[in-house]
Design a protein around this ligand. Sequence first.
Ligand code: HEC
Length: 124
Amino acid sequence: MRILYLIFSFVLFFSFSLSAESGSGKDIFDRYCTVCHSPGMASMFGAPAAQDLSAWNERKKLAYDRAVEKNSIVADKPKDWNSINELLETAKSGTDKGMPPKGTCSDCTDENLVSVIEFMSSSE
Ligand code: HEC
């Protein structure tokens, strides 16, 4: 019985650790980000809530200004791409106002994080 339990735990562990890279933005959001970014919880944490378009538009505006200041605007990409690219930077590093590095999804790639940011800042 004990060995079965061990095998079961391993399978569970690996299916969870592999799933981060394969999920859609919404899947990853549901696993890692919803705790703080769900509409019900976000105001408590001071985080922008998923699907709160005005909160995200404000974040995008600030991010775009930061990118201009850092001289990291990619000229042949649209404004929205540049805003999200800068939001990716803060999502990866975390912030001192409570956003943990990579939003606790340590297996997430840049592409994973961008797809979550796109999901949270859209009306889906
Ligand atoms: C422990 C709570 C917590 C979790 C979990 C969390 N966040 Fe956050 N997040 C925050 C808070 C609080 C802020 C606002 C921080 C600030 O204003 O500096 C924030 C802000 C952000 C921002 C905006 C950054 C900016 O420059 O304005 C992005 C993007 C973001 N989170 C992405 C994510 C993603 C993606 C995940 C999941 C993979 C995630 N967060 C998980 C708490 C969390």
